[in-house]
Design a binder for this molecule. Structure first.
Ligand code: HPA
Length: 245
């Protein structure tokens, strides 16, 4: 079953036929909120707001392990992680939708594995391709069918937040090969792999990353939210095509 993790600006899925919400207990503590069970076109899916339904949980405070475990426990097998990001390179400007294919992890101090309990076996999962290619391809096809433009690849730099980056930090990410910057892509993707879940991310470029705006204006929260809002409207048609029987 498809499981959607909604990011900033996507704390609920409008037009989703909601069946019920369920509080799931996990060995890792509390997820960001109850899991929403819904339906599109008669196909079941589940939804969780990454930052809580009231958007109160910062990226470094999200209990990624509990979230993924709860989604798996609820029947989720394919995770579609929606996230807002900053754009670094010209092709990744505000308002673009991107399906990244690579990640560099700059986060620190987050619990990033499920194999840390005493006596648990160490899992060196393959993570060469951090996103599940088959799910990426399905999403690309769904975007095409829905007539929604999407950038079909990119390298996501995961930063710690919650503050935005300095221009020097973004210059370093650019030198490293990052196209996008966000605060939640890791450890989420790595944990999904450890749990054997398919995982792909649909990123909404909300703003130019620091120092990348040709007009060199400061990043405003209003601008970020307006961009996320304008792109979020495309999500439902994409899902409708993704879930088409
Ligand atoms: N940096 C990091 N995360 C983000 C940004 C950004 O500029 N915009 C949206 N999420």
């Amino acid at each position: 079953m498809l499981a959607i993790i909604g990011g900033s600006g996507l704390t609920d899925l409008a037009n989703l036929e909601i069946l019920r919400r369920e509080v799931v207990r996990t060995p890792y503590g509390e997820p960001s909120g109850p899991i929403t069970f819904g339906r599109i076109h008669g196909r079941d899916l589940i939804f969780l707001a990454r930052h809580g339904y009231g958007h109160t949980i910062a990226p470094h405070e999200v209990n990624y392990r509990a979230n993924l475990w709860a989604l798996k426990q609820s029947g989720g097998s394919e995770i579609l992680a929606v996230a807002s990001v900053g754009g670094i390179r010209t092709a990744f400007g505000p308002g673009k939708l991107v399906l990244p294919h690579q990640i560099i992890d700059y986060t620190w101090g987050r619990i990033s594995t499920l194999c840390e309990a005493p006596g648990s076996s160490v899992l060196h999962v393959d993570f060469g391709n951090p996103y599940t290619e088959s799910l990426r391809l399905d999403l690309l096809a769904a975007c095409k069918d829905a007539g929604v433009g999407v950038v079909a690849g990119g390298c996501y730099g995961a930063t710690q937040g919650p503050r935005l980056e300095t221009k020097a930090e973004i210059a370093r990410l650019r030198r490293d090969g990052c196209d996008l910057v966000g605060m939640t892509g890791m450890p989420e993707a790595g944990l999904a792999r450890e749990l054997g879940l398919s995982y792909a991310s649909l990123c909404v470029v909300a703003n130019w990353a620091a120092g990348c705006d040709p007009a060199d204006t400061e990043i405003s929260l209003e601008e970020v939210l307006a961009n996320v809002e304008s792109v979020s409207g495309h999500l439902l048609p994409i899902l409708e095509h993704l879930l088409e029987p």
